[in-house]
Design a protein around this ligand. Structure first.
Ligand code: FRU
Length: 482
């Protein structure tokens, strides 16, 4: 480790110590989500199960609640529930990463954990350079930086970042988020036999490619994987205009289902589908674990979307990661299901109720004093209206006559109600994870997901009043303390 790297790590650790008490005093601090110990967290990085242990790194700016020269923070877990904050994995100390060790991924090779990430460099005039770098670890805790292994290929601007690497047959492949010289978003594919020499094979998807029209000026954080017989390209495009219920956030995160032809380096695909319909979700990353599950974690935030207005800023931290979800491809649908381990988080049963007719009268759930819980509803085929109020901060509604499901929340910027919606032909199941300042809602076994931060205006001791009303049959309801 260079002296500069040691110094940067020391400074970040000092910052954590210095601000510990102010950060931890925040009533909005989450109970079962991964957060930065101080400062700003954004993308999940390097998600891998290595030697049995899950490792999840994250983009981290320790010195302020804005973006800047990112570090890689590091969490590890045996069970996806209890996480340990590990020593800093990467600090932006070298010439090829001076303005940030940007997003990337992890693989296992010869028993070692190998990281690929973007070295972000900006000169005094704001000119950008980007290097795809490699770092190798024998113990999963300390990383030996090998420097750049990919220089910018021809045809792209320096917005070329977020390498995701995987193995197919005897070769390694890498997708990189990119902007081509005509200022449109792309995904570049590269190949290597030894992880060190990489050959650029071309852009496999992007704005104006494969029959897609204008589709943004930059595509970030690509991830390409096989899932139950199809291939999925997950990507976060920037520059899409809001279109009805779609693309409501500042930037999007979604996927294309398709087929990658490794020989010709082409990817035929269908339409773009948003992964999450809520307010805060971006830059997800997946990994294949030893059980053969495709797990995904996202950033519970969106770049430039009122980041400077988050109420946690006064406690010197901002953002969190989502819960881990398992992806499944079933009957032509991509489902996102909370990782099964999460059921182990359940403590006391708070509600266990079967069959009940909903009515206009709000039925208050016995969740007194609970700010953190999991709630399940199974709904009858006769459901025509549902409203679930989560305190004063959020409401979930479904209207069968318009087939619209919505998540409403009190804006943390102007205090007015705002909503995100999607169409759903039927609502049969609703599963919500409520943390002190977040909600993740899974509908119909993961057909649609809504993730959002909620900042209820009460102090930590107040109860959240959860009420349900509507027309139709509630077949079953369960809730657990978490
Ligand atoms: C996505 C992103 C990535 C980049 C990282 C920097 O949120 O902009 O493209 O690598 O964040 O923190």
């Amino acid at each position: 480790m260079t002296e500069r790297e040691q110094e940067l790590i020391r400074l970040a650790e000092e910052e954590v110590e210095k601000n510990k008490s102010v950060v931890e005093r925040d009533p909005y601090r989450l109970r079962f989500h991964l957060m930065p110990p101080v400062g700003l967290l954004n993308d999940p990085n390097g998600f891998i199960q290595w030697n049995g242990t899950y490792h999840l790194f994250y983009q981290w700016m320790p010195f302020k609640t804005g973006h800047g020269a990112k570090y890689w923070g590091h969490y590890s877990s045996a069970d996806l529930i209890t996480w340990k904050h590990e020593p800093i994995a990467l600090a932006p100390s070298e010439w090829f990463e001076l303005n940030g060790c940007y997003s990337g991924s992890a693989i296992e090779h010869d028993g070692k954990m190998v990281l690929f990430y973007t070295g972000n460099v900006k000169d005094a005039d704001g000119n950008r350079e980007s290097y795809q770098c490699m770092a190798v670890s024998e113990d999963g805790l300390t990383f030996d930086k090998k420097g750049p292994v990919v220089e910018l290929p021809e045809g792209y601007t320096a917005h070329f970042r977020d390498p995701k690497v995987w193995k197919k047959g005897a070769e390694w492949y890498m997708v990189v988020g990119a902007q081509s010289e005509d200022l449109t978003g792309k995904v570049a594919l590269l190949r290597s036999a030894d992880l060190v020499e990489w050959q650029h094979l071309g852009a496999i998807a992007g704005s104006g490619e494969n029959g897609l029209g204008d589709f943004g000026y930059m595509w970030e954080c690509p991830d390409l994987f096989e899932l139950d017989g199809v291939e999925v390209l997950v990507v976060s495009p920037q520059g899409l205009k809001a279109d009805g219920m779609n693309y409501q956030n500042v930037y999007q995160a979604g996927y294309f289902i398709g087929k990658l032809d490794y020989g010709s380096a082409t990817f035929e695909h269908g339409d773009f589908v948003e992964l999450d319909r809520g307010f805060e979700f971006y830059a997800p990353q997946t990994t294949l674990d030893k059980k053969g599950r495709r797990l995904m974690v996202g950033w519970m935030g969106v770049p430039e979307q009122d980041e400077d207005k988050h109420p946690t800023i006064k406690h010197k931290w901002i953002h969190a990661l989502t819960l881990p979800r398992e992806l499944k491809w079933i009957d032509g649908k991509l489902l996102q299901v909370p990782a099964e381990e999460l059921t182990q988080m359940r403590k006391a049963t708070l509600i266990e109720l079967s069959k009940m007719e909903l009515s206009d009268d709000k039925f208050q759930l016995p969740l007194e004093e609970k700010r953190v819980f999991e709630l399940h509803l199974s709904l009858g085929a006769d459901l025509s209206l549902l409203e679930l109020a989560i305190g004063e901060a959020a409401k979930l509604t479904y209207d069968a006559s318009s087939n619209v499901f919505s998540l409403h929340r009190k804006s943390f910027v102007i205090g007015e109600w705002e909503m995100r919606s999607c169409r759903l032909t039927q609502l049969t199941e609703l599963q919500a994870f409520v943390d002190t300042s977040s909600i993740e809602v899974f509908l119909n076994g993961g057909e649609e997901v809504f993730t959002a931060r909620l900042f209820p205006e009460h102090d930590a001791s107040d109860a959240v009043k959860v009420c349900v009303s509507g027309t139709g049959t509630l077949m079953k309801m369960n809730a657990w303390d978490l």
